[in-house]
Design a protein around this ligand. Structure first.
Ligand code: FES
Length: 106
């Protein structure tokens, strides 16, 4: 079953911005890059540290604690020390609204 949840308007974020959202008990991060919107777990897969303190670069997010980058599409870590993927979530933009599916894997 597709469980799409509205997390706000598409223009709430400018390119390069992130926003923390809590959806059904999950701490998630909405990100906007030049290519679109993405949704990933807020917490880094390396240690329990918020990626919200990090930054976006192209289609990746950088953890500011140890410097690992993660691909926003696949969740794959692009450099050490992180070696586990970040969970990513399906997202769609429809009629100017962003919706994510917290149950499915992107
Ligand atoms: S906590 Fe994110 S790279 Fe270490």
């Amino acid at each position: 079953m597709m469980n799409w949840i509205d997390v706000g308007s598409a223009d709430q974020l400018k390119v390069g911005e992130m926003k923390r959202v809590r959806v059904q008990g999950r701490k998630l991060l909405l990100c906007r890059t030049a290519t679109g919107h993405y949704c990933v777990d807020e917490m880094c897969s390396h240690e329990d540290y918020s990626l919200w303190f990090g930054s976006l670069k192209n289609d990746s997010i950088k953890c500011s604690l140890h410097g690992s980058y993660f691909d926003l599409i696949s969740g794959r870590p692009l450099n050490a020390p992180a070696d586990c993927p970040l969970r990513t979530y399906p997202l769609e933009v429809l009629d100017g609204r962003v919706r994510i599916n917290p149950d499915a894997k992107a």
